[in-house]
Structures are given as C-alpha cells and as structure tokens.
Design a protein around this ligand. Structure first.
Ligand code: DAH
Length: 342
C-alpha cells in the first residue's frame, strides 16, 4: 500500500472513531493515537524516506494538508464534547430553589437580654462605658468600701451567700463602683450589668440569682439634677416620651441622699391598673448621690468631686416591659414562652 492509501485509510478511521467517542477523555486518547509520538500519522511522516526524492515535496504537502484537516476535525469535536460536558455538569449541580424544605427554626433573643441591650444602648448613647466585675467578690468591695462595715444592720437586708469570712457571692453590682473609682480618675461614667446572688426563696418576684445594672457618674459639680435628668432620659428612651420618673426619699449606706425611683406604669400609662396596684407608678431602681465617705474610701477627693449612682433590677424592668407577671418564666427556658419573642 502506498502512502496515499494509508493516508486515506487513516482519514476514514478517524471519521469512524470521531463518531464513537463519547467524552473529551476518549477524544484525547484518539488524538494521541493519531498525532502522538507513536501515532499513525506520525509514523506515516517517518515513512517519507521511502518516497522518491522528486515526489517528496508534493507528498509532504498532501500529508500536511490532510493533517491540518484531521486536527481541525479533532478540535471541533473537542469543542462540541466540552460544551456538552459543561452542560451536563451544570444540570447536575443546579439547585431547585422551589423545592419545599424543612425550614430550620429561627431563635429569638431572650427578653432579659433584649432589654439589657436596650438599656446599655441608651447609656452608651449618653456617653457611659460598659464595665464588668467579678461575681465572686471580696467582702471588702461588696460591703466595706460601700459604707457597710461588719455588723452594720443593713447587711441583713442582703441575704448573703458567704464563700468564707472574706469572700461572698456579690449581693449587688455596686462593688464594681468601688473597683472603678479605685482604678480610674474622674470624670467617670460607667454602667455595669451582671449577675447577683441572694439567699432568697424562689417565687414570682424573687430568685437567688438575678441581674442588676449599676450606674456611676463622678465629676466636678455633679448634682442630683444630673441624676434626675439622666434617669428621666433613660425612662423615656426605654418606654416612651410620655413616661415620667418619680423620686421618693430612701436609704442606702453608699448614697446620701438616696432615693427610690418609680416610673409611670407602662401598662396603664399612669391611669392605675392591676400591675401598678392602682398607683399609676412602678418602682424600678435605687439611686442617690455617692456618699462622700465612699468617695473618700475609694481614693476620690469629696471636696473636689461629687457623683451619683443607681442600681436597676434588670428582671424587674423586663417583666414590666412585656407585662409578664412571673419572674420564673425568665429562667425556665420554656420554649412555649420564649417563642413568643421571635
Ligand atoms: N445596690 C442596691 C441594691 O442592690 C441598689 C442601689 C441603690 C445601687 C442605690 C446604687 C444606688 O448604686 O445608688 O439594692
């Protein structure tokens, strides 16, 4: 057989094979069989030596033309197959976004946490820093520096969990006041949220573990007017512009004078209802001007500086905020309750 016939045969075989290949991998193989080092067309070119010298240019030209045609046929098949493969892959990877699925349950922010965030946002907006302190606290900070010396009768009001003679589970967040005064220089403007502990029986309004938010401001010329203005802004921000504050004289060893603060009942908006026992007001926090003795014990000159402090019961304002009547609901993690806050 001459080279021409071989060439013819190779071309026909290629056509048959091209009709059979199903994927790009098989096509690559076919290409190697034809044009690779040991390929049939390559072998043919090597056989040129046996062609008469005068025929070689013509023959070379023919082979090259045929080779170009075959290459083009291979490439066009390659394009066709890769496109088909790509389409197959896309089809396989496609998501049916209309297919119904089990939607995962969306959680909710716990009401206590939601109210805490609002309170902190409000005070951050007024220029306060948020600080934290230890839950296991030295008697020194929890009581002594707050003007509650050993044997002081007011200690009885706080049913303390003692760890030992000098260490307690903090009964309020007020010890953070002492820690901040000892570690920072005025002006001081902080709020401190956290857990506090008291040996109380659990009922609708008591829990041995609950939360307070402490506030402290120390600067030159701070007055009771600043305290009232600050708490009034807080009340309005949290519950609405029509809410007012009412200050009643009270006593705390660490403030002088001291007050308890009532807010317009957010249930009846002051008209009087079951929640406020008909008074139109609800007590939410204790506060006062920081006792000069406390300033002194905490290294702040009471001649130069004055300040105010307050302690908010977080559960209390949360219950009132949502009209919840039993504090235990806030601790039990009952999903039927919590789902309502989604
Ligand atoms: N520590 C008080 C309590 O637990 C609350 C309190 C009252 C905090 C007056 C204060 C304050 O900072 O000035 O009952």
């Amino acid at each position: 057989m001459g080279i021409r016939e071989d060439l013819e045969k190779i071309g026909q075989d290629l056509q048959t094979e091209l009709g059979k290949v199903a994927d790009t991998q098989a096509l690559e193989q076919l290409k190697v069989h034809l044009l690779g080092k040991k390929g049939s067309l390559t072998a043919l070119l090597r056989g040129m030596g046996s062609v008469a010298p005068e025929d070689r240019p013509k023959m070379g030209q023919i082979i090259n033309e045929r080779r170009a045609e075959m290459q083009e046929a291979l490439e066009s098949k390659m394009r066709e197959l890769s496109l088909a493969e790509k389409e197959r892959r896309l089809k396989k990877e496609a998501l049916d976004i209309t297919e119904p699925r089990d939607i995962p349950e969306i959680g909710a922010v716990h009401p206590t946490q939601a109210v805490l965030r609002e309170v902190l946002d409000c005070f951050i907006g007024l220029g306060f820093d948020v600080v934290e302190g230890p839950e296991v606290e030295l008697d020194h900070y929890n009581f002594e520096l707050l003007n509650l010396p050993k044997n002081h009768p007011a200690r009885d009001a706080q049913d303390t969990f003692y760890v030992d003679d000098n260490i307690v589970m903090r009964t309020h967040t007020s010890p953070v006041q002492a820690r901040v005064m000892l570690s920072r220089k005025p002006p001081i403007r902080i709020v401190c949220p956290g857990r506090v502990f008291r040996a109380d029986e659990i009922d609708a309004t008591h829990s041995p573990v609950f939360h307070q938010i402490e506030g402290l401001v120390i600067d030159e010329n701070v007055t009771m007017g600043d305290l009232k203005g600050t708490l009034d802004a807080f009340a309005k921000k949290l519950y609405g512009a029509d809410i007012t504050t009412r200050f009643r004289p009270s006593f705390f060893p660490f403030t002088e004078p001291s007050a308890e603060v009532d807010l317009t009942c957010f249930n009846c908006r002051g008209k009087g209802c079951r929640m406020c026992k008909g008074t139109g007001y609800i007590e939410v926090l204790g506060c006062g001007m920081v006792n000069p003795r406390v300033l002194e014990m905490c290294g702040i000159d009471p001649e130069k500086y004055s300040g105010f402090a307050f302690g908010i019961g977080l559960e209390r304002i949360t219950l009132l905020r949502y009209g919840i009547t039993d504090m235990r609901l806030l601790y039990e993690g009952d999903l039927r309750f919590l789902r309502q806050f989604r």
